[in-house]
Design a protein around this ligand. Structure first.
Ligand SMILES: Cc1ncc(COP(=O)(O)O)c(C=O)c1O
Length: 392
């Protein structure tokens, strides 16, 4: 019956996996180093953050499909601070980065077309593409080069490919795209006629990097869509506002914006009050951003300190973002290790396979928990890994 009625865009198998079931069984009796929701991590949100949402201007409904100019000007000012001043007319507001992806897949792909997505990376690409009738074709980042781009990966791309997705810095590897790789990718996209979709939701969270390569929002040589949003930048995922910055050769950029306006007009999905409040949210959100940067740096140092006692375990450099990868020798199934850490040592971390790492032996740790909680979780992780390695 199910197969007769429902589309293949939604997976058939939606049952919880072994880890989810084990977490339910543990009923919260563990330190959660998988948390990615900043509103659950006890940051001090300034009291002046929310009042602008109640401004009377929010009572009037005069939608602009691309987003209210006032809000787009705020994004433009922000992108200026990040080193890439952008004309507000080149910005499109959406309700989330996820929605931005769906708009871009509608814009660029017919059903059956494909987009190239990095691995290891954010696991939602597969679903976002599939829900639009689009295939997400993985390309591998090169671990030896610090999860860098390898352009040879693109040489066998089929003709249905319409775009390349890049995450800068990548989640969860924390790797930034180097200037020379960015330039090479831009020129490849221009040659092959592919659009470039650059996810920069973590761009404002540098960790272990001497310099931050430029934002893709400055790319002019090929049609480029650079994504950002309040969910990470101001740690406000519940307010539902993100943006697409469109750049590239003017004729392509103009055509893309005209069509994006049509798509956005069909939904008009961004609420008016949050658009009016955006300048203030971006200004006051900077205080939460600073706390997150500070906490991530602190927790990363603590993780390194505790895991240094285990020579077989390493924590590769994290150039930016909210998570760290822990590399462990693969002595058995990653899932068994995760379950043992959870059930015997009381700490939850993500398995690497969740992010499509190339093999077993990668754990992903969120750097967002409070300093005390993180320290306790990392101690349990070190104890659990010590036992696992001793037994292996
Ligand atoms: C790389 C990346 N892009 C996008 C998102 C989602 O952003 P939004 O909440 O704006 O949909 C996430 C969330 O973790 C992410 O890791």
């Amino acid at each position: 019956m199910t197969q007769l009625i429902f589309s293949r865009r939604v997976p058939d198998q939606l049952a919880p996996n072994r880890i989810t079931i084990a977490r339910q069984r543990c009923a919260g009796n563990f330190i959660d180093l998988t948390v990615s929701n900043p509103t659950e991590c006890r940051f001090d949100y300034p009291p002046d953050l929310l009042p602008p949402l109640a401004e009377p201007a929010g009572l009037s409904y005069r939608p602009d499909p691309l987003g209210l100019v006032w809000a787009r000007e705020a994004v433009s000012a922000l992108s200026g601070e990040l080193g890439a001043p952008v004309d507000p007319a080149h910005i499109v507001l959406t309700a989330s980065t996820s929605e931005a992806y769906t708009f871009l897949f509608k814009l660029l792909c017919d059903p059956g077309d494909a987009v190239l997505v990095p691995t290891p990376s954010y696991p939602l690409f597969e679903h976002l593409a599939r829900l639009e009738g689009v295939r997400a074709l993985p390309y591998a980042l090169c671990e030896e080069g610090g999860w860098s781009l390898d352009l040879d990966e693109f040489s066998t791309a089929p003709p249905e490919v319409k775009a390349v997705v890049i995450v800068h810095p990548n989640n969860p590897t924390g790797s930034l795209v180097r200037e020379e790789d960015a330039a090479a990718l831009e020129s490849l996209c221009a040659t092959r006629g592919w659009a470039l979709i650059a996810d920069e939701v973590f761009y404002s969270f540098p960790l272990e990097t001497a310099s931050i390569p430029r934002s893709f929002a400055r790319c002019e040589s090929t049609l480029t869509f650079t994504l950002g949003g309040l969910s990470k930048l101001a740690a406000l995922p519940q307010l539902k506002l993100a943006w697409i910055i469109t750049s590239g050769p003017p004729p392509a950029r103009r055509a893309a914006l005209e069509k994006l306006e049509f798509i956005a007009d069909t939904f008009l999905s961004v609420a008016t009050p949050v658009q009016h409040a955006l300048p203030s949210l971006l200004q006051h959100g900077a205080r939460v951003r600073d706390q997150i940067r500070h906490r991530c740096r602190h927790n990363l140092a603590e993780l390194r300190r505790l895991l240094a006692l285990l020579p077989a375990v390493s924590v590769p450099a994290v150039e930016g973002g909210w998570s760290a990868v822990v590399r462990v020798p693969s002595l058995g199934s990653e899932e068994d290790l995760i379950l043992s850490l959870l059930e015997q040592f009381g700490v939850a971390v993500q398995p690497g396979y969740f992010f499509e790492f190339p093999r077993d032996g990668y754990l992903v740790v969120s750097l967002l928990p409070t300093i005390d909680e993180f320290s306790l979780g990392a101690q349990r992780l070190a104890a659990g890994l010590g036992t696992w390695l001793g037994a292996g």
